[in-house]
Design a protein around this ligand. Sequence first.
Ligand SMILES: NC(=O)c1ccc[n+]([C@@H]2O[C@H](COP(=O)([O-])OP(=O)(O)OC[C@H]3O[C@@H](n4cnc5c(N)ncnc54)[C@H](OP(=O)(O)O)[C@@H]3O)[C@@H](O)[C@H]2O)c1
Length: 284
Amino acid sequence: MKPQKILILGYGTLGASFAGLYHQRYDIRGLRRSPLPDQPCPLVITPIQSEALRAQLEWADVVLFCPSSGRGNLDLYRETYLDNMHFLIETVRTHNLSLSSIILIGSTGVYPRALEKCWQEDDAIPEESERQKILLQTEGALVSSGLPYAILRCGGLYGEERGHFYRYIREGQVLRSEMSNQWLLLLHFDDLCGLIDRVIQKKVTGETFNAVDDSQLRRSELAEWIAHRWRLPIVEDGLPPASPERRISNQKLKAVLDYRFLYPSPLSYLDKGHPLFPLPSKSN
Ligand SMILES: NC(=O)c1ccc[n+]([C@@H]2O[C@H](COP(=O)([O-])OP(=O)(O)OC[C@H]3O[C@@H](n4cnc5c(N)ncnc54)[C@H](OP(=O)(O)O)[C@@H]3O)[C@@H](O)[C@H]2O)c1
């Protein structure tokens, strides 16, 4: 049987992780605007909103939609998510293209930050900010397009080179003012790749999933664990503000996709040692 053809729109860290892990299972192409040497799959260098997209979509079975706006302003945010999604849907429709699925790598940022609640996928979501509204509109455009889709609302992605918590190790200290009681919502890049693979293999469509790990950690707990493990001082620079008791359920993900996390928590990942941030040796 021929391998399925996966087109990654917005090939970056996630695209490279997915291609690295699954280039033998799938025929993979990445699409981005700037060249990136030494990748495990061919790259097409073009913006999503270009004439060239049509030929790539004609080739593909599954589209992974994962461009990122980095730290861009609101206009760039809208263009990256909503405008690109509209362009994708329009191209598929206009040329009557047949895809088995469009997988949107969404964000837990669709849920309000201020409300104290454990959010499930089917909850009605009040709009709180412009960025959140753009994320919701992007999902809405895909859901109402009539095209087959799956949405993974991801927590903060981390891996070898990415993760907010590496800053503590880089700076050699943890600030008490940053050790809030906020619940962390995290997911390792390799687990996200595993979840995408599971969605494709199980041919899951028409579903939205919260994609966060099992860690149930507060920001203060992770900071304290890292301080202890890397022997970093905790600098008493004032108390952090209180955070709302906001959580995101991953029950649906585990039940429907029957997925077991490679890294249920960042502690299980960090505890095995890190190539960029080695643990201090016992004799030091
Ligand atoms: N990081 C997180 O914590 C987090 C949390 C939840 C969800 N997500 C989502 O996860 C997805 C993957 O994130 P990532 O870490 O892999 O991001 P990334 O490393 O920044 O990669 C995204 C790539 O998209 C490309 N891109 C941006 N705009 C484009 C356009 N108009 N046309 C073609 N390519 C475009 C960029 O390359 P060029 O500039 O060369 O085009 C960039 O390398 C994103 O959709 C992000 O929103 C991330």
